[in-house]
Ligand binder design. Structure first.
Ligand SMILES: [Fe+2]
Ligand SMILES: [Fe+2]
Length: 263
């Protein structure tokens, strides 16, 4: 099975003149068109947060319109730029309350996906509090021996990019303890860092998807300034054969098309 992942789409209100380094909304439209054209159709599209810039009603409306042509179901999680109230209404999550989390559990054909909401309202930091720790542990217990993955916005590790690490997941040690030794847990998918990253958390491969807009400049100097870079962007296709995962990256908006070399 294929599981696609888009993240950090940062959709803006088309009626504003908010400063943009790229056309965020057009980039998502390109990603949606390319996802629809995949020859092997992903079973679902994980959307791992920061789907809008400010979580306003107008932005959520724009997001919904941009996602509407997508012919693949979306599994959405909020990020620190989103707002639970508008997110819940747009993605039809009636179980969630304003001060409660939007977590969900979805069964795909060969995989159970646990969507963990790491958002703290009005904060860029993420949090795994006592309630969400219990919820996550219960969800992992209930999965039994079914292959399972976790999706979340804030990565449960430090990236080494200091100004992004200043907006971490508080409670990452607890997270690591909860997931360690879970034989059913096969992968952890994150967003937030606007770069492709791979780590291991509690023995589980943990990746950050690429944003559809701008990336964070790769600079591991502890004194590095806050810098973004217009690296190639797109989405990822995670292929799962029941045991192993392979992650592919699809770039969009490059101006390139496949070339067939003559033999
Ligand atoms: Fe973001
Ligand atoms: Fe974020």
């Amino acid at each position: 099975m294929l599981l696609a992942q888009i993240t950090d789409t940062h959709i803006v209100d088309p009626a504003t003149d908010a400063e943009l380094f790229v056309d965020n909304n057009q980039r998502l439209a390109l990603a949606v068109a390319r996802l629809n054209a995949e020859t092997i159709r992903p079973e679902a599209v994980l959307a791992t947060g920061d789907l809008t810039e400010n979580g306003t009603v107008a932005e959520m409306r724009a997001l919904a319109e941009l996602l509407d042509p997508l012919n693949i179901p979306v599994l959405a999680l909020p990020g620190n730029h989103d707002r639970r109230s508008t997110f819940r209404d747009t993605f039809h999550m009636p179980w969630a309350t304003d001060d409660g989390h939007l977590g969900w559990v979805v069964d795909l054909s060969e995989l159970r996906v646990i969507g963990l909401d790491t958002v703290v309202p009005d904060s860029d930091r993420g949090l795994l509090d006592a309630e969400r720790s219990r919820w996550l542990a219960d969800a992992l217990d209930e999965a039994g021996d079914r292959p399972t993955a976790i999706a979340m916005h804030h990565p449960p590790f430090h990236s080494g990019i200091h100004w992004m690490d200043a907006m971490p997941l508080d409670g990452m040690d607890t997270f690591s303890q909860i997931v360690a030794g879970r034989k059913n847990l096969t992968r952890i998918f994150c967003g937030h860092l606007h770069r492709p990253l791979v780590s291991t958390v509690g023995g589980v491969t943990t990746t950050v998807g690429i944003s559809t807009v701008v990336h964070v400049e790769l600079n591991l100097d502890p004194a590095a300034p806050v810098e973004l870079i217009r690296d190639p962007v797109g989405y990822q296709l995670h292929r799962f054969d029941g045991t192993h995962w392979v992650t592919h990256t699809r770039y969009i908006d490059t101006g390139e098309v496949p070339i067939r070399p003559s033999s």
